[in-house]
Write a protein that binds this ligand. Structure first.
Ligand code: TYD
Ligand code: MG
Length: 465
């Protein structure tokens, strides 16, 4: 027979006692003991329940038979954001939007809620960072629908949770999670304990009410400060908003997504009236490409979409030892490797020169397919020789460079070439592949690619011929 008994557990240290007392015997704190009801079973009852347990144990079921309702998604009205999310916000999901200060997190979330409100959804914007008046001023720049968003200026976690519970919005933004404060914890807002507590509590209330939550979080340059990092495992989706604050381009990508791919990239431009989606970033970046020495166009893949970006290099003699290697938008180690292969297998030695490599537009390319573009840009900068065709269009290329100087296959060659051809960039330099698409000028090694680049695009050789 089950018997009910009371235990008293200390809220702070977890000490258990059988009787209540004002002071905890464990940690000597006052008024911290809470009653917990425990159901104990007698020895005979325990034996019976053990025998019963085999029949009453939970049963697993084949995945095929698991009911999976086709989830309806909330379109945010921002195409690039929806694409990165994998087709819109999933009701009841928890999204973490990270980014350095001033990048436009408040802007994009305010725009998304405005669009959702205009589509007849219930939304809520919780601001802990700015006053309601400041949020209104931003909304005025963003247009009519942004002004329809209900705003709550609050930093107390319990109050925010209560507001979500009572308003039950379809989508709610908390800007930012680092400003929330739970009165039950003594640590300061923004500390690991507070941020974790806030995310847990909000996730619970969000899931219960079917509210899609977007938590805004700052990341510093060092990625330090309690914040987004400690929440990554907890949330359904981690979005990172990147770009240089001084530049107008912003990129949005998913680091984690339980409801879609993580390789999608959204490109935005910050304008007077908010963020504007750049639907055809290739056109932008190619249009802005300089075709000067040290500049080539890379046919990159960002998720399911080919993207043409300009890769620039500057090689300048220096007395500094060791010379500087500065990489913007590409991995530093990758640059070091390419420089080594260039000098060993390509006959391009830049040992006593500073090398700067930059992906224009503040875009990051994290794929080995960028190697050849980096190598060609450096070689072109080193020789002071522009690589462009007779009409002045820049050279386009892609391919991975191996340690032995070979040019390696990378995925989606056809789509990369097709994207370049769309902008009249041809031929495209790339690795030798079976069934090469037309428009591809294959090369087996980096040395061969360097030769082809000079022969077909080098102004000096062309004029001499
Ligand atoms: P904000 O969204 O406040 O950044 P975050 O929340 O990530 O800190 O906006 C950042 C910058 O964008 C700010 O310096 C002003 C600029 N901005 C515009 O250029 N146009 C606009 O319409 C808005 C709303 C902001
Ligand atoms: Mg902000």
């Amino acid at each position: 027979m089950a018997k009910q008994r009371s235990r008293y557990v200390c809220r702070d240290c977890g000490h258990e006692s059988l009787a209540w007392s004002g002071q905890c015997p464990g940690c000597s704190e006052w008024n911290t003991l809470e009653e917990v009801v425990v159901t104990a079973t007698t020895a005979a009852g325990a034996g019976r329940s053990k025998r019963r347990s085999a029949a009453a144990a939970p049963r697993s079921i084949p995945l095929r038979d698991v009911a999976a309702p086709a989830e309806e998604r909330l379109g945010t009205g921002i195409g690039e954001l929806d694409r990165v999310l994998g087709g819109g916000l999933v009701p009841g999901s928890l999204v973490l939007l990270g980014g350095s200060p001033g990048i436009g997190k408040s802007t994009i979330t305010a725009m998304a809620l405005g669009n959702l409100a205009a589509a007849g959804r219930d939304v809520l914007y919780v601001t802990g960072e700015e006053s309601a008046a400041q949020v209104r001023m931003r909304a005025e720049r963003l247009g009519e629908s942004a002004l329809d968003v209900p705003v709550l200026a609050e930093t107390d976690l319990a109050s925010v949770a209560a507001a979500i519970e009572s308003e039950r919005p379809d989508a709610c933004v908390v800007d930012s999670v680092q400003t929330l404060h739970s009165a039950e914890l003594s640590s300061a807002p923004g500390s690991v304990a507070q941020v974790r507590e806030a995310a847990n509590a909000l996730m619970e209330v969000g899931k219960r009410n079917g509210t899609a939550l977007i938590l805004v979080g700052h990341v510093t340059k060092e990625g330090a400060v309690a914040g987004p990092r400690v929440l990554e495992h907890l949330v359904d989706c981690v979005l990172l908003f990147e770009g240089e604050r001084e530049r107008s381009y912003r990129t949005l990508r998913a680091l984690k997504n339980r409801f879609g791919a993580t390789s999608e990239l959204g490109v935005f431009e910050m304008r007077e009236a908010g963020l504007v989606e750049v639907e055809d970033p290739s056109a932008r970046f190619v249009g802005e490409a300089t075709a000067a020495s040290g500049s080539v166009v890379l046919c990159a893949m960002e998720g399911t979409r080919p993207l043409l970006v300009e890769v620039q290099a500057l090689v300048a003699p220096t007395e500094v030892v060791p010379p500087r290697r500065v990489a913007n938008g590409i991995d530093r180690n990758r640059l070091a490797m390419i420089l080594a292969v260039l000098s060993r297998h390509g006959g391009v030695g830049v040992g006593n020169a500073d090398v700067f490599v930059n992906v224009a537009g503040g875009v990051r390319v994290d794929e080995p397919g960028a190697d050849l573009a980096i190598a060609l840009a450096i070689a072109s900068a080193h020789r002071g020789e522009p690589l462009s065709d007779r009409e002045g269009r820049p050279l386009a290329c892609f391919g991975e460079v191996g340690l032995t100087g070979e040019l390696r296959y990378v995925a989606h060659a056809e789509r990369r070439v097709a994207e370049a051809l769309k902008f009249g960039l041809s031929p495209v330099l790339g690795p030798a592949i079976r069934e090469a698409p037309s428009g591809l000028e294959p090369a087996a090694t980096l040395r061969a690619a360097l030769g082809t680049a000079r022969k077909r695009f080098g102004t000096a050789l062309r004029e001499a011929a």
